[in-house]
Write a protein that binds this ligand. Structure first.
Ligand SMILES: *Cc1c(COP(=O)(O)O)cnc(C)c1O
Length: 403
């Protein structure tokens, strides 16, 4: 019998086409039942802190635009200028014809501002984490990561096929116990990877101690600085800038930079290696000119925003203290990310809906983004929030708590 005919017989015999999508319906139904179903809701970003949803203006307490730079006139103008001069797309991978002088100059500028030997652009933080890690470690390696690292880091670890263990959140003595055990176990390499500011908690890790442990146990060290860049460290260059002893620091342009994309700072040697061996760098079209323009301008502006950074951290303290006084459970965060812990998914959704009804956008964050029973409202402050915005939020949360 011809092979093609056999295949057709086999397929029609073994797959019931009416049922092949049943697993999808089942999964979605389960999520609906658990109040975990995710849906896309369109908004219009009127200004840095106002979102229009269903025709109604809402004060946005969920975006990562910490400095309101997505609407900064100078950044928009520079982006338009790059767009006019270079066109809409970069037309190919960096390794083909997509490597413009603007990509190269931006990398040199970032490396200099961060006090590192080299920088390398990536299209997103997700793409960087999920494809750099597998270029660094393999089946014979061990990865040690914080229990709460971002999903893009987990994807990278899984793709690498390395052995991996998670240490308790921000517990570096647990990390050291794992390191002590690991050094005699014959791994070809050990990689420590964590975030400097945790995206769903807002707390920080101890960068200096991580560097020290990495040196003591001779491991690779990879730090994800996505939520520190722009708002922390000297001149807003993040918590890893100017610090030797970190093999790779990741920053993203989609948060405080108000744009899109990502970069790492690293050594020249590591940069050369990734240009040759990191699929997420090689097999993708370079960032488009308009994006490069916006990032270039953002790096000119961010060092001068010390006042905004100070205002922001003052307001973090103010909001946290007020919420605690009202009886809310708030993670002790030292960043503009302020998670109000509710626990139960349904209650978290109810609070989010109550806020929205009253003019505030504050998204519910539910498992599996965060661990079971830790659903939360992740409030995010921006330097563009005025005191009356914050006081109105506090007033609403008081009203909710008392009702
Ligand atoms: C947002 C984020 C990323 C992903 O960055 P994108 O550029 O948005 O893909 C990676 N790591 C952390 C910690 C993040 O918060």
């Amino acid at each position: 019998m011809p092979i093609l005919q056999m295949r057709i017989m086999f397929m029609s015999g073994s797959i019931n086409h009416n049922k092949k999508l049943e697993f999808i319906e089942k999964e979605l139904q389960e999520r609906r039942n658990n109040n975990n179903l995710r849906e896309l809701n369109a908004i219009y970003p009127k200004d840095a802190v106002t979102a229009i949803k269903n025709g109604k203006p809402l004060i946005n307490f969920s975006s990562n635009d910490y400095l309101g730079l997505s609407k900064h006139p100078q950044i928009i103008t520079t982006s338009q200028d790059y767009l006019n001069r270079y066109g809409t797309g970069s037309t190919a991978s960096r390794l083909v014809t997509g490597n413009y002088d603007i990509h190269k100059k931006l990398e040199e500028k970032i490396a200099k501002l961060c006090g590192k030997e080299a920088a390398l652009l990536f299209n997103t933080g997700f793409q960087a984490n999920s494809t750099i890690i597998p270029a660094l470690v393999n089946q014979k390696s061990l990865v040690l990561c914080d229990r709460l690292v971002h999903n893009s880091i987990l994807q990278g670890i899984l793709l690498s096929k390395a052995q991996w263990k998670r240490y308790k959140h921000n517990d570096l003595s647990h990390l050291e116990t794992l390191l002590k055990k690991a050094v005699s176990q014959g791994y070809n390499r050990i990689l420590i990877i964590t975030e400097t500011v945790f995206s769903m908690e807002g707390d920080r890790s101890d960068v200096d101690s991580l560097i020290q442990l990495s040196q003591q146990y001779n491991t690779l060290l990879y730090l994800d600085d996505a939520h520190a860049l722009g708002i922390m460290g000297d001149k807003g260059m993040g918590l890893t800038a100017q610090k030797p002893g970190i093999d790779i620091s990741l920053g993203t342009f989609g948060k405080a930079m108000g744009s899109f994309g990502a970069f790492i700072t690293t050594s020249k040697l590591m940069r050369d290696y990734l240009i040759n061996c990191c699929p997420g760098f090689i097999y993708t079209t370079a960032l488009p000119p308009a994006v490069i323009g916006s990032i270039d301008a953002a790096f000119d502006i961010i060092p001068s925003l010390d006042q905004e950074r100070e205002y922001l951290l003052q307001k973090v303290d103010y909001l946290q203290n007020n919420l605690r006084n009202l009886g809310y459970q708030v993670i002790n965060s030292s960043s503009p990310i302020i998670p109000v812990m509710i626990g139960n998914e349904k209650k978290t959704l109810q609070l989010s809906q109550f806020l929205e009804k009253n003019g505030i956008l504050a998204t519910a964050i539910r498992p599996p983004t965060v661990p079971q029973n830790t659903a939360r409202i992740r409030l995010v402050l921006s330097s563009q929030h005025q005191p009356e915005h914050i006081n109105y939020l506090i007033q609403l949360l008081q009203q909710y708590h008392e009702s």
